[in-house]
Design a protein around this ligand. Structure first.
Ligand SMILES: NC(=O)c1ccc[n+]([C@@H]2O[C@H](COP(=O)([O-])OP(=O)(O)OC[C@H]3O[C@@H](n4cnc5c(N)ncnc54)[C@H](O)[C@@H]3O)[C@@H](O)[C@H]2O)c1
Length: 311
């Protein structure tokens, strides 16, 4: 099926990025949020994204390291990059905002749900949306930790419901993990794979449901192992990072990655482990060291300091 009209629900960190990237690639985009106050808050965010795209496209003219995979071909000429800058301005002007379920659903070929990571709130959203959606519409969730099978029935169209999971800063980090539940139709899955490619992402299909998808299934244990080495006194973060980088050729090590992810998120992940309540356990030691840093305001790159200082 052809996807042309896309509704994005939620205008937070990821919702705004997904909506802007989709409009930038020429789709008709409607953003659904809960209140007029949310629309007011969202608009400057979208203007900021447009500026980020324009700046990135300009930098790509002269700086190879500035290349953003989701924006243009790697060999785009200066003229092509200028044309894309104009497209970013056009995208900003084209996005429609609404608080009405009816308006959000009426013409939608695809709805991308990017509201808060709360099962009750997501279920309530899907249930209300289902009453207004046209038969053809596909619904996807960007949820990082919840599985599509949890919500398939609430959408009223289980065969047309699946996950499409983006990474933060989607214009650069253009992965799109595509994951159905057991009842997702092949047709809906394929349409979402094609859509992801059409908005400049690299579609990464999963054959079945997997908590954490592909990336976090690898990344979370990797970061946990690194934190365990530090928390149990085996080695310092700098030494652990250096080992990883020198031995594998990776551009950064686990503690640099933790600074980017943010130590609060890392803490929330380890705190979910019941063992973290025991201060003598490894998860308990990791939680304690993260908490000490967070309490000192050292929550990562965004705060100017985490495991490393960025002053
Ligand atoms: N932040 C990331 O790096 C990241 C990466 C991949 C996926 N995700 C996923 O994307 C989704 C959104 O995450 P985010 O980081 O953009 O969150 P966020 O907190 O920045 O934004 C959440 C949005 O949902 C809205 N919202 C909150 N409660 C709502 C409700 N009851 N009904 C409707 N809207 C509601 C908020 O107003 C906001 O617009 C989550 O499912 C998350 O797992 C986030």
């Amino acid at each position: 099926m052809e996807i042309k009209n896309v509704t994005v629900a939620g205008a937070g960190v990821l919702g705004s990025q997904i909506a802007f990237q989709t409009a930038f690639k020429g789709f008709n985009v409607t953003v659904w949020v809960r209140s007029d106050a949310s629309i007011k808050r969202a608009k400057p965010k979208f203007a900021g994204l447009a500026q980020t795209y324009v700046d990135a496209l300009e930098a790509m003219k002269t700086d190879l390291a500035a290349y953003c995979r989701g924006l243009a071909a790697s060999d785009a000429s200066a003229e092509e990059l200028d044309a894309l800058k104009a497209k970013a301005h056009k995208a900003l002007a084209s996005i429609r905002f609404t608080t009405s379920y009816e308006e959000a659903a009426r013409d939608a070929d695809l709805v991308i749900e990017a509201i808060a990571e709360d099962p009750a709130q997501k279920t309530a959203f899907y249930t209300e949306l289902a009453a207004h959606l046209p038969e053809r519409a596909i619904v996807v969730t960007n949820s990082s930790t919840l599985l599509p099978s949890m919500f398939a029935e609430a959408t009223g169209r289980p065969e047309k419901y699946l996950a499409l999971h983006f990474a933060n800063q989607i214009w650069k980090n253009n992965t799109a993990e595509v994951m159905g539940h057991a009842g997702t139709s092949q047709e809906a899955f394929d349409a979402v794979v094609d859509f992801a490619a059409a908005i400049g992402m690299v579609p990464l299909p999963l054959h079945k449901e997997q908590p954490g998808y592909i990336l976090n299934s690898m990344l979370v244990p990797f970061l946990n192992s690194a934190q365990a080495l530090y928390a149990t006194g085996v080695a310092e973060p700098e030494v652990i990072d250096k080992t990883w980088m020198l031995a594998t050729g990776a551009p950064m090590g686990p503690f640099r990655i933790l600074d980017i992810v943010g130590l609060t998120t890392a803490y929330n992940i380890v705190a979910m482990n019941p063992q973290a309540n025991d201060p003598e356990s490894v998860p308990g030691k990791i939680a304690a060291l993260l908490k000490e840093k967070i309490d000192a305001g050292k929550t990562g790159i965004a705060a100017g300091e985490g495991f490393y200082s960025y002053q």
